[in-house]
Every structure is written in C-alpha cells, then in structure tokens.
Design a protein around this ligand. Structure first.
Ligand code: AMP
Length: 296
C-alpha cells in the first residue's frame, strides 16, 4: 500500500496504476474506487472498503478530518485520531492507496474557494442543525472526486442525508462517478458504528443503544397498525423520542420521518408508501445519528 500526502503524488501514482489496469484489466471491474473517510476506522468503514475492493481494480481510501464541515470547533478538536492503527487496518484490507492530505494541501493558504450548497436537500434533518455542514461536505467531496477521478465512490447509508446530497451533486455536475450507498454496520446491540462511539462512557454507551431500539419500535408499531389507511408521523416520532429520552443521558436533537428521495417531511405514512425515519441524539454530549427505512 502506498500512503500519500500530496495531490500531485496521488495523481501520478494513479496515472501509473490506471495504465497497468488498462493493459491487463478485467473488463468487468471498474478501474478506480474511492472510499472517503475521516479516519478512526471501524467495521462500518471496512465494509465500504471491502465492497470497493470487490468491484474495483484499484482502491483508494482517503483519511481527512475536514475542518470546513464542522460547525462546532470543539467537535473538530475532539474528533478521535489514530493514524497508525488506521494505516495498519488499511494495509490488512489490501488497500492500494491511502490518501492522507493535511488541511493546507486541501485548502492552500491564499487560495479563494468556490462555495457549494444544495438547499433543496439540506433544509431539514442534520442540515437544519449543523449550519454549513453540508456545504463543507460538498466542497471536500467534489475536490476528492476531481483529484482521484474515481469510477465509483462508496458512502454509508448511516449518513443518509450525506449520501443523497453527494449523489445529487455528482449527477447535477455531470460527474461520471457512480455514487454507491452501503448498508449501516451495527454493533451487536444495534448501535450504528461510529468513530464518535469511542467518546461514550460505559453508562452513555448503554443509553446510546436505545437509539436503534426506538427506530425499530416505529417499524413494529407500523406492523401492528396494518389494515389502517395511514399513521401520523408526529405520533410515531413521539414514541421513538420517548424511548430514547428514557435514557437520562440522551437528548433528542431531531426526530423526523421523511420521503426517502426528496427528504421532505411527511405528515403521515400511508399504505404501500416507503419512508425513512432519521434522528440525531446528544448522548452525554456526544452527537450520534441514525436512520432506517420504514414500510407500511
Ligand atoms: P466518516 O469517517 O464518519 O466520515 O465516515 C466515512 C464513511 O463511512 C461515510 O460514507 C459514512 O457514511 C461511512 N460510515 C460510517 N459509519 C458507518 C456504519 N456504521 N456503517 C456503514 N457506513 C458507515
């Protein structure tokens, strides 16, 4: 595995690998796959990497804690980092290139930057609570897409709004990259894996497990109401929020049921309609997010 810090080295290395692939590549696999991460890797990240390796000849994983997507400076400063452990994991997974730029490499001093935004998809959920967050995500991912020029890029559905925002950006800018969403990987008790889980105390970790339980209870409630024409989303969100806040360390930031494509808030779920429930919870001060599909 090559660990590279500069855009120039990355482009040159990829140029060579791509040429090799074109000479003797398997016509059924894509050339270059990209998995962007902020590091402190866990099984959720590794599943994206395994899927990328299955489908692409060359796997690039970026590790970059992007300052422009943090609206809370203390969240940025406390973001967990363990580069040595991450590189060992990537090596074991057989990754071809780890791209590890620093902030100046990505945002050179004195360089004026474009702004990107996608208001249609970011006015609610995390977009409403983390001002500027998705503008920062859009910009850094667009830059990665331009630097790496991947055929495919892999994102987790745990960050469902992020996945839709990036896929929409790629389509809107006519980028040729295929943006692929991968299922959320969970701990045994259902908690979505996240680098932030490392910041939970033992007690907070127990309370955090209420989050997936609450979302699953909403689906169960829908199953129990089969035969009705519709169910009010406010009622379902209240059920879920109450379960989560029965953990005294938990505070729900938002709980919303939305259309899975437009992310517009739904007032009711009707028979045969799909929806997505999404939440953000401060668990003893650590912000965790989760979501799941709902069927009625
Ligand atoms: P992050 O390092 O948190 O920015 O995440 C990098 C990528 O991994 C994003 O596409 C996330 O959606 C994805 N990811 C994070 N946690 C999980 C998880 N538990 N399951 C699947 N994908 C995940």
């Amino acid at each position: 595995m090559k660990a590279l810090q500069s855009k120039k080295e990355l482009r040159e290395t990829l140029h060579g690998l791509r040429a090799q692939f074109e000479r003797k590549g398997n016509p059924n696999s894509a050339a270059v796959g990209l998995v962007p991460t902020m590091g402190f890797l866990h099984e959720g990240h590794l599943e994206l990497i395994r899927r990328c390796k299955e489908e692409c000849a060359i796997t690039v994983v970026s590790i970059f804690v992007n300052p422009t997507q943090f609206n809370d400076p203390s969240d940025y400063e406390n973001y967990p980092v363990d580069l040595k452990r991450d590189l060992d994991l990537l090596e074991k997974e057989g990754v071809d290139i780890a791209f590890l730029p620093n902030a100046v490499e990505m945002y050179p001093e004195n360089q004026i930057s474009v702004q990107m935004s996608l208001p249609e998809l970011t006015s609610n959920l995390c977009g409403a609570h983390r001002r500027g967050h998705f503008d920062g995500v859009l910009l850094v991912v667009a830059k990665f897409f331009n630097i790496v020029d991947p055929d495919r890029a892999y994102f987790g559905l745990k960050d469902y709004q992020q996945f839709l925002v990036i896929r929409t950006m790629a389509r809107s800018l006519d980028l040729s990259v295929q943006v692929i969403g991968c299922e959320t990987v969970r701990e045994e008790d259902g908690l979505a894996m996240s680098s932030r889980n490392a910041r939970l105390s033992e007690k907070a970790r127990e309370h955090a497990a209420l989050i997936p339980r609450a979302l699953n209870l909403v689906q169960k409630t829908l199953n129990d109401r089969k035969g009705r024409y519709s169910v009010a989303c406010d009622e379902l969100c209240e059920i879920a929020s109450d379960v989560i806040e029965s953990g005294t360390l938990n505070q729900v930031e938002y709980m919303e049921i939305v259309d899975p494509d437009s992310l517009k808030k739904l007032d009711e779920i009707q028979t045969d309609r799909t929806a997505r429930i999404a939440t953000a919870v401060f668990c003893d001060g650590v912000r965790l997010i989760d979501n799941r599909p709902l069927h009625f």
